[in-house]
Design a binder for this molecule. Structure first.
Ligand code: GLP
Length: 265
């Protein structure tokens, strides 16, 4: 796991956008398969990628993308659906084809079948080249809440009370906040060839400390990322504030700054 402690969101967005740019350029005309996430954490990265598209000509035209998750019960057109969120914050502002950006259908009549079909579609596309992740304050990634199997597949999940409370700010009334989602599983996410997780603020500090230095456990689902060979974590000082090894991460990034990024850390 490669941990970058950055000064602010803009600095973090550049580190993450560099990984996206390299993935897109390396895939060339065959098109990278991008794993996209919602929530506020990836937004500075999307803003930086939109800038690179507009100013530097970075093209996503050949790419396909899969979202991590979607609320059950919200149709794609609902303004708080993740389908709508990713279009507003990224997809509509770059040149990726709208139809190439796939998310679980939260309004499916059979959400369990929809979830199984979703894993099949990711496999059929050849798997995800680069997956971006945020992290919940309770250590969830996508909507894999504490207690999720570390090998879980895309499925229907019930959200914890704390996640429902965290999400309530986006809805007009508490009764409108979805309580279930279709989420890629931890096992599904681990199949991405490279993963980058980004977090900021003190509210994420405990989850980030567990992610990087805690025992691997369903209690903190993000700890499963310790088993993946190519994970980059980009955090600001506040989110890094409970990392015991923060000095070592700073030191090792400085030592590595002039050697190419390895794929196995
Ligand atoms: C939701 C999403 C996660 C996201 C998390 C954190 O639970 N399903 O994918 O990581 O929120 O959101 P934020 O980045 O807004 O803190």
């Amino acid at each position: 796991m490669e941990i970058h402690i950055v000064a602010d969101a803009d600095a973090g967005a550049k580190v993450v956008a560099d990984l996206f740019e390299r993935t897109v350029r390396d895939a060339g005309d065959s098109g990278a398969v991008l794993g996209l996430a919602t929530g506020s954490s990836p937004v500075p990265t999307y803003t930086e990628l939109i800038r690179r598209h507009r100013v530097e000509g970075l093209s996503f035209a050949a790419c396909r993308a899969f979202l991590l998750d979607e609320y059950v019960g919200l149709p794609a057109g609902h303004e708080q659906s993740y389908h709508a969120f990713i279009r507003e914050n990224f997809v509509s502002k770059v040149d990726i084809e709208d139809a190439s950006v796939i998310s679980p259908n939260g309004a499916a009549t059979d959400p369990a079948a929809e979830a199984a079909e979703y894993d099949r579609r990711i496999s059929e596309a050849g798997g995800v080249d680069l997956q971006i992740l945020g992290i919940g304050s309770n250590g969830h990634i996508a909507f894999n809440e504490p207690g999720s199997s570390l090998a879980s597949r895309t499925r229907v999940v019930g959200l914890t009370r704390s996640t429902i409370a965290d999400n309530a700010r986006y809805f007009d009334s508490p009764a409108d906040v979805p309580v279930r989602a279709i989420s890629q599983g931890l096992g599904t996410i681990l199949e991405a060839r490279r993963i980058v997780l980004t977090a900021s603020g003190e509210g994420k500090a405990a989850a980030v400390a567990q992610l990087a230095e805690g025992a691997i456990s369903a209690r903190w689902p993000a700890t499963v990322l310790q088993t993946h060979p190519a994970v980059t974590v980009v955090v600001d000082e506040a989110a890094a504030s409970q990392l015991e090894l923060a000095d070592y991460y700073r030191h090792s990034r400085a030592l590595e700054s002039d050697i190419p990024l390895s794929t196995d850390r």
